[in-house]
Design a protein around this ligand. Structure first.
Ligand SMILES: [Zn+2]
Length: 161
């Protein structure tokens, strides 16, 4: 999966998950931060480490979530923002793992809890249709989130039906 595919998938997941939490600074911050962090496991490609190894598992998700919490704790001293940072870091990486699982190259996403390797082999990681489709899906899902939580979807439905 490419960075745009991961960003799109993360937008889809977090937009839907956050609908029940409504509209607030923290929720918008969470959605944007998780999306921005969703490609962080692929730093292994930049540094020439073994691909889909150390950075592609739950353990790394906890490290990224913890790292975001610490940065935000020192920056803002606000427990809700600290928690938001953890969920964004952890969730952004987990979303990345979900995106990579549907491709061909297997890896062990449950480390350190299990060494089992998984690959659903649904598409190639650089499949343009899937990557661009996820990006567009992310835009639609985020738009839906905004329309629902601001009450505009309700108004639109009342006006047209
Ligand atoms: Zn990856």
């Amino acid at each position: 999966m490419g960075p745009h595919g991961h960003a799109g998938l993360t937008l889809i997941i977090f937009s839907f998950l956050m609908i029940p939490f409504g509209y607030s600074f923290e929720v918008i911050f969470l959605i944007i931060l998780a999306t921005a962090l969703s490609s962080i496991p692929d730093i292994d490609l930049i540094y020439g480490w073994k691909h889909r190894d150390k950075t592609h598992n739950i353990g790394f998700a906890l490290v990224v979530g913890g790292g975001m919490s610490i940065i935000l704790f020192y920056a803002m001293h606000d427990i809700v923002i600290v928690l938001t940072g953890f969920i964004a870091g952890f969730g952004g990486v987990i979303s990345h793992l979900l995106g990579d699982i549907i491709t061909y190259k297997s890896f062990a996403p449950l480390v350190p809890f299990s060494k089992r390797k998984i690959a659903l082999k649904y598409c190639k990681a650089d499949d343009n249709k899937v990557n661009i489709g996820l990006m567009i899906g992310g835009a639609l899902a985020f738009t839906l989130y905004m329309l629902v939580v601001t009450g505009n979807l309700e108004v639109m439905i009342q006006n047209y039906f």
